[in-house]
Design a protein around this ligand. Structure first.
Ligand code: ASP
Length: 624
């Protein structure tokens, strides 16, 4: 029977078995102190070193006697500080390597790419473990709160059609209908409105939303989570009141150390808030240095439209003058409906933004439920008849009896970031995508194999950002690298050469000494392969040796995109281009290697042993 660390405080005099990680080890002569960590907390254990060699982050099972610590040894900082466990037996269940970074700090000092690569270790750090656990509590609280008020939790599709909310869509190709694509939802907006037509009346979902936007500190790249809600037969005031009550209770229960600056939350008209603060998300904290102050407010009475700008990434933006301020389903203020015909920019929308400490943590609106008004809004934002057809399902649904409805979607990540005082939403997500767009641990996006692409009927162009050839720079880089390592080399300037034979002749070096570098795509990833000038790459042997499914030569464009040099002048150094390098063992028969160094007119000759030191190739037999 396992005892949790926290339970030891109540088990003085008992023999217990604990399982967990060694948090830290301190040696004092023959005695070792081990702190054990499990999901409940930490407890100190003590024993003789002879009992075993457990190290930090090893997973262990320990049997021992719980003893009260002498008063002078009590550690008031931890709940188990009045006891310690005298180890009788310890088993190391699983050894741990040295951590790639410290996990007992708050972690802000560690490079983000490394933290996301080893996210499962980063999550062991107390700050991150707390963030993820409190996130779960927040979501649990919200669920219960809404279930108690008659809400239904409903999942909506992830493979769907675009919901134009102003961002770029992620597309997913269809295999069964080649040439067609699903879009990942920017939000469940259209589905939740159709659930109102369905009569659900009160819907919510902890919804994942996908927007292909550039990352910012308050916005994760790719995906984020929001509490998506929709209600029928409500006024804007009903929605605002419900949310205000929910967050007030949530803060009181889960963040008792926090205080809300002003209740009821101020409701500020867009016009006024812009005039007074110059932003629609004012930071209304009374003391911005108080980490426990939460200043919630509402911004309402937004203009329904903004002037459409060139950089509005907006589906159907055509040549129209107006772009929706929230989204195209937001209802105009009833008093302003006549202005749709005369002065659309003056129309106020029934939009509400939830603001917390200067961050927009949610937005929503009362929706249009009249087909003619919706049609008018489509016209104003410049939809063609064809574009309107894309929304025919909404207009059709609205002909079957649609209740007046509205909703909101507070962002879970953004709320947590703000309440926890974290500098980025990534600090409250278990597996965030790094700011450069690479996913945690698994390093997506990754190339598809040729088979996958052909099943989908998709051809991939050479990367758009292909860099122009710059052989001079590559040459300079090679020379600088060799000089820095103090490696001897001979430098040749010669007439342009295209083949290994020509190069050997013009340099007057043996053909077998030439290091012929090729760029290939192995399962769609670029790799470099080097063989001796008198040999040929055996593609079949290479595939078998490295378990590659799909292997092909790079096109001249791809070679330049990867290496910045033109085909035929590629130097045999993968590390210069961040691609793996494979060397055929035949090159080891030489004392020296010679190669074109980025230019058709320049070669370098150096010791074969030195070459291997710099290039660090994986060596195998794959030539014929
Ligand atoms: N769909 C909106 C959003 O994601 C929220 C809403 O209008 O309910 O911002």
């Amino acid at each position: 029977m396992r005892t949790l660390a926290i339970e030891t405080a109540e088990k003085i005099g008992e023999i217990v078995t604990l399982q967990g990680w060694v948090l830290a080890r301190r040696d004092h002569g023959k005695i070792m102190f081990l702190d054990l960590r499990d999901r409940s907390g930490v407890v100190q254990m003590v024993g003789t070193k002879a009992l075993g060699d457990a190290r930090a982050e090893d997973v262990v099972e320990v049997t021992g006697l719980v003893k009260k610590r002498p008063d002078s040894m009590v550690n008031a900082k931890i709940p188990t500080g009045s006891v310690e466990v005298e180890i009788q037996a310890i088993t190391v269940i699983s050894k741990a390597h040295e951590m790639p970074f410290p996990i007992d700090t708050d972690g802000y000092e560690v490079n983000e790419e490394i933290r996301t690569k080893y996210r499962y270790l980063d999550l062991r750090r107390p700050r991150m473990a707390r963030n993820i656990r409190i996130r779960s509590k927040v979501v649990g609280f919200i669920r219960n709160y809404l279930f108690d008020r008659d809400f239904v939790e409903i999942e909506t599709p992830i493979l769907t059609k675009t919901t134009p909310e102003g961002a770029r869509d992620f597309l997913v190709p269809s295999r069964l209908q080649q040439g067609k694509f699903y879009a990942l939802p920017q939000s469940p907006q259209q589905y939740k409105q159709m659930l109102m037509v369905a009569g659900m009346e009160r819907y919510f979902q902890i919804a994942r939303c996908f927007r292909d936007e550039d990352p910012r500190k308050d916005r994760a790249y790719g995906e984020f989570t929001q509490l998506d809600m929709e209600l029928s037969f409500v006024t804007q005031n009903d929605i605002l009141t419900l949310i205000e009550e929910m967050f007030t209770k949530l803060v009181g229960e889960l963040f008792p150390e926090k205080h809300i600056s002003q209740s009821p939350w101020p409701r500020l008209a867009h016009k006024d808030v812009m005039a007074k603060y110059g932003t629609d998300k004012p930071d209304l904290r009374k003391d911005k240095n108080d980490p426990n102050e939460l200043a919630f407010s509402w911004t309402i009475d937004f203009p329904l439209f903004n002037e459409q700008k060139e950089d509005d990434f907006f589906f159907g933006s055509g040549g129209a003058k107006f772009a929706p301020s929230h989204h195209m389903f937001t209802a105009p203020h009833p008093e302003d409906i006549p202005l749709l015909d005369t002065d659309p920019m003056k129309v106020r929308g029934l939009q509400h933004d939830l603001v917390l400490n200067g961050f927009e943590v949610g937005g929503g609106s009362i929706r249009i439920h009249q087909a003619d008004v919706q049609n008018k809004v489509f016209d104003l934002i410049g939809f063609s008849e064809a574009q309107k057809q894309e929304f025919a399902h909404m207009l059709t649904a609205f002909t079957y009896g649609v209740p007046p409805h509205g909703g909101i979607a507070p962002g879970i990540d953004r709320f947590l970031m703000t309440v926890l005082g974290e500098p980025s939403v990534r600090e409250v997500m278990a597996f965030p995508t790094s700011s450069s767009g690479t996913t945690s641990v698994m390093e997506a996006p990754s190339p598809a194999t040729a088979d996958q692409l052909s099943e989908l009927g998709i051809a991939v162009d050479a990367p758009k950002d292909a860099r122009p050839a710059d052989g001079d720079a590559v040459y300079a880089q090679i020379v600088a690298g060799l000089e820095e390592k103090k490696m001897a080399f001979e430098n040749y300037e010669h007439a342009p050469v295209k083949t290994s034979e020509e190069a050997a002749a013009v340099r007057n070096t043996p053909l077998h000494e030439g290091a012929k570098a090729l760029v290939l795509y192995a399962d769609n990833k670029p790799v470099m392969v080097v063989v001796a000038g008198d040999r040929k790459l055996d593609m079949k042997a290479f595939k078998t040796l490295y378990k590659i499914k799909d292997l092909r030569m790079g096109t001249p464009e791809e070679v330049t995109a990867v290496t910045r040099v033109t085909i035929g002048a590629v130097p045999p150094f993968g590390h210069l281009f961040n691609i793996p390098l494979y060397m055929d063992a035949s090159l080891r028969n030489n004392t020296h290697v010679s190669f074109n160094a980025g230019l058709h007119t320049r070669s370098i000759r150096m010791k074969a042993a030195d070459y291997e030191v710099v290039a660090k190739p994986t060596v195998g037999e794959f030539s014929k």
